[in-house]
Structures are given as structure tokens and as C-alpha cells.
Design a protein. Structure first.
Ligand code: HEC
Ligand code: HEC
Length: 362
């Protein structure tokens, strides 16, 4: 406190002596007496990934990201203070839920969707398996109030944050105000999420013609299957993000009810039955189990699905059943093993242990 009072007193005397009031540098009632607001953050995007659109009303700042990271790891966002975003989005599992098929919320109730990876989400505009939320900021609002997840209400969360010893100051650092709102809290979380970038896997190194020790003959054969008519994977898992920000029916079901309506739940248009957001395949080795309902335990099972298990229905993607694919992909045992090896080349060990993404208060 003393540090703040001295400059104020000095200003008072100066103004008195010279008889005019120079507003002088802005004085902020916090650690830094002369503060020009939050520090702009320069987002570094690994070569090979596209530029990211940052919303104009939520520019990234060092202080905003630090606050968002703290919030992401803080169980204060849940009603009984037992669950944080990271409870279901664990870094070492590619920000998915610890190998669980379905997540369990604070009341012990299980949902019916597999937790999605938070990897390169800064390149998505629509979120959740059925794309029901537009914008990361809007997405981050939901888990807090979801009865199957953190089951709190924002008024209560804001009350807890507001009387917390650190948060009002951290919000001031990030946004210039100590008055905490859900708008600012979700903005901070989104800033942090936009930094969660994976782009230095063996696959990326191979694409950039860098030495990639983990990319041998097997991976290369898998690569050729993935990016050719043989596997046709690239149509939806496109080359840089390994996702296309669109919805498809990849033939895992042919009968639909409220657990697998997918995009139809939002559009109510029958052409969207069984279509789900294409998930990224980055760090797929660590995000088992697979698909919106976690039905496949291993990558081998996933590959076998595409090879021989596609179910036909009116909304199945035409790529899955195009001429020549009537009897599946016809991959040999070696091809399937190579495709799995290639999927594992999307693993980015530095991402999974990057200290910038870890719990700031371990
Ligand atoms: C109880 C477990 C749980 C908690 C806690 C949780 N999530 Fe999730 N998250 C999920 C599940 C399950 C999904 C997929 C749900 C669906 O599609 O219906 C998901 C989806 C997401 C997605 C969508 C990703 C995409 O590509 O569309 C984002 C982003 C996300 N969560 C961020 C968060 C944030 C931020 C928090 C904390 C405020 C949080 N989650 C808390 C389980 C959880
Ligand atoms: C027509 C678009 C399309 C094609 C082609 C396609 N996928 Fe997918 N993939 C999807 C969609 C959509 C999902 C999620 C479906 C769901 O959860 O119900 C998915 C899920 C996956 C998953 C699980 C991801 C996770 O996080 O659970 C893997 C692995 C995968 N695909 C690999 C492949 C491979 C390998 C190929 C080629 C043999 C391929 N995909 C071809 C659209 C496609």
C-alpha cells in the first residue's frame, strides 16, 4: 500500500507548487504504479498450421491467458469446488477425460458423450460433437452450469471469485476492472484455450522436410493410405488440422435415437442424422476411447471400422460408400498396422508435457 501512497503524495505536492494539475501517468491501484494495461500476447503458430482468427473483442494478452489458465485448473468453477475444466480435460491425455468413455459430473452422474480433446480449438468456430455452441467464449459458459458437469450457476461462481483474495486483482490485470463477470471469465478461459496448440509431431516434421526420427517406412505407407483413394481419410481429417470443422456421418451407426442424432439435434433436418463434428486426430494415441460415445477402445478397432465395419444409411457420407468401397477398404493386416503407426505420428510429446499448459498451482 505504501508504494501506492508515495507517488500520490508526490503528485499532490507537485501540483500544489506549480499551480496547475498535470494528470501525469495513469496510476493504477495495484502492483505496478504506472501501467499501460495488459501486455499484448504474440501467438506463435507452428509452420504448417493456418493463421488463427482471434475475435476482435477478445485480444490475447499475457495477463488474460494467465488468468484463463488459473480458472481452467480451478475447481472454484464447480458447485462443490471439486471439479475443474481440467478434471475432464487432462493435458497428459490430450486434454480428454483420463481414458473414460463418459465423464462423471460433480453429482456423480454420467453423461453420454465422450469428452472432446482441447487441441487446436482456436481454429474451430462451432463446438461440441453436435456443434451446438458458436465461439469458444460461448462454449466455456456451458460446463459451469451443466447439471451433468460442474452444476453450479454463474451468479454463485462470480460471488466466489469476487471474494477470493487473488481473482479481483488478476481480472484487473487482465481486463482493467476488478468487477468479475461471466463474460470476462469465459474470455480469459478462451484466451488460454487458444494457446493450446499442437503442431510439432513427427508428422509435422515430415511435412516440413525436417528430420523426423519417428517417421519410417510403416508410417509412410500409412500416410499414403490416409491421403489417397485407398483410405480417403483426408477428406474429413484434412492435412493441417486433421479435422475439417464440419459434420459427417462416418458410418458407425445406421439407426438413430437421441444418443446419436448428432447434428440433427441442432438443425432438426433429417439430412444431418448421425453427423458429428470431425474430431482432430492430433495426439490421438492418448485420447482413447474413440468416437462421440467412446465405443472403440483402440486405434486398431477404429481402423477396422473404416476397413470393414461401415454401416450404410441415407445420411452416411458418400465417401464411405463410393464406387469401389462396397466391400470396405480391403486393407491388408500390414496396411492396417501401418495406418495405426501413421496415426501415432500425430503424437506431440512436447505438447503433452508443455509446462505452459499445465496446472499453474500444482
Ligand atoms: C464433467 C466433465 C467435463 C468438465 C468438468 C468440462 N468438460 Fe468440456 N467437455 C466434456 C464433454 C463430455 C464434452 C463433449 C460434450 C458434447 O459434445 O456434448 C466437452 C466438450 C468441450 C469442448 C468442445 C471441443 C470441441 O472441439 O468442440 C470444449 C472447448 C470444452 N469442453 C472446454 C471445457 C472448459 C473450458 C471447461 C471448464 C469451464 C470444461 N470443458 C469442463 C466434459 C467436461
Ligand atoms: C466422411 C468423413 C470422414 C472420413 C472419410 C474419415 N473420418 Fe474419421 N471421423 C469422422 C467423424 C465425423 C468422426 C467422429 C464420429 C463420431 O464420433 O461419431 C471421426 C472419428 C475418427 C476417429 C476417432 C477420433 C476421436 O477423437 O474419437 C479416428 C481415429 C478417425 N476418425 C480416423 C480416421 C481414419 C484413419 C480414416 C480413414 C481410414 C477416417 N477417419 C476417415 C469423419 C471421417
Amino acid at each position: 500500500m505504501k508504494r501506492l501512497i508515495y507517488p500520490l503524495v508526490a503528485l499532490f505536492f507537485l501540483a500544489g507548487c506549480y499551480g496547475y494539475e498535470d494528470p501525469g501517468p495513469v496510476i493504477n491501484y495495484k502492483n505496478n504504479p504506472v501501467d499501460n494495461g495488459p501486455t499484448p500476447y504474440d501467438l506463435v503458430i507452428p509452420a504448417g498450421l493456418p493463421p488463427m482468427d482471434i475475435p476482435a473483442d477478445n485480444p490475447m494478452t499475457v495477463e488474460g491467458i494467465a488468468l484463463g489458465r488459473k480458472l481452467f485448473y480451478d475447481p472454484i468453477l464447480s458447485k462443490d469446488s471439486t471439479q475443474s475444466c481440467s478434471s475432464c480435460h487432462n493435458q497428459s491425455h490430450g486434454f480428454t477425460d483420463n481414458g473414460k468413455k463418459f465423464s462423471v459430473g460433480i453429482d456423480g452422474m454420467e453423461g453420454n458423450m465422450n469428452a472432446m480433446a482441447i487441441i487446436n480449438v482456436g481454429w474451430s468456430e462451432e463446438f461440441f460433437w453436435n456443434g451446438r455452441e458458436t465461439g469458444l467464449e460461448a462454449q466455456a459458459f456451458q460446463p459451469v452450469i451443466n447439471p451433468l458437469e460442474m452444476h453450479d450457476d454463474w451468479d454463485n461462481v462470480l460471488y466466489k471469485l469476487q471474494r477470493h483474495p487473488e481473482y479481483p486483482l488478476l481480472f484487473e490485470d487482465a481486463f482493467g476492472t476488478q468487477t468479475i463477470t461471466s463474460d470476462l471469465a469465459t474470455k480469459a478461459i478462451s484466451q488460454f484455450e487458444r494457446t493450446i496448440i499442437s503442431g510439432n509431431s513427427e508428422y509435422d516434421k515430415f511435412r516440413r522436410f525436417e528430420p523426423s526420427a519417428g517417421f519410417g517406412q510403416s508410417e509412410f505407407n500409412g500416410y499414403q493410405i490416409f491421403f489417397s483413394e485407398r483410405g480417403d481419410c483426408f477428406h474429413c481429417h484434412s492435412k493441417d488440422l486433421l479435422a475439417d470443422n464440419s459434420y459427417h456421418n462416418n458410418g458407425i451407426d445406421s439407426v438413430y435415437d437421441d444418443t446419436n442424432w448428432g447434428r440433427f439435434e441442432i438443425t432438426q433436418d433429417s439430412v444431418d442424422l448421425g453427423k458429428f463434428k470431425t474430431p482432430t486426430l492430433r495426439n490421438i494415441e492418448f485420447t482413447a476411447p474413440y468416437m462421440h460415445d467412446g465405443r472403440f477402445a483402440t486405434l486398431e478397432e477404429v481402423v477396422e471400422h473404416y476397413n470393414s465395419g461401415v454401416k450404410v444409411s441415407p445420411t452416411v457420407d458418400p465417401i464411405m460408400t463410393k464406387p469401389g468401397k462396397e466391400f470396405g477398404l480391403q486393407l491388408s493386416a500390414q496396411d492396417k498396422a501401418d495406418l495405426v503407426a501413421f496415426l501415432k505420428s500425430f503424437s506431440d510429446p512436447n505438447f503433452l508435457s508443455n509446462p505452459d499448459f499445465s496446472d499453474p498451482n500444482p
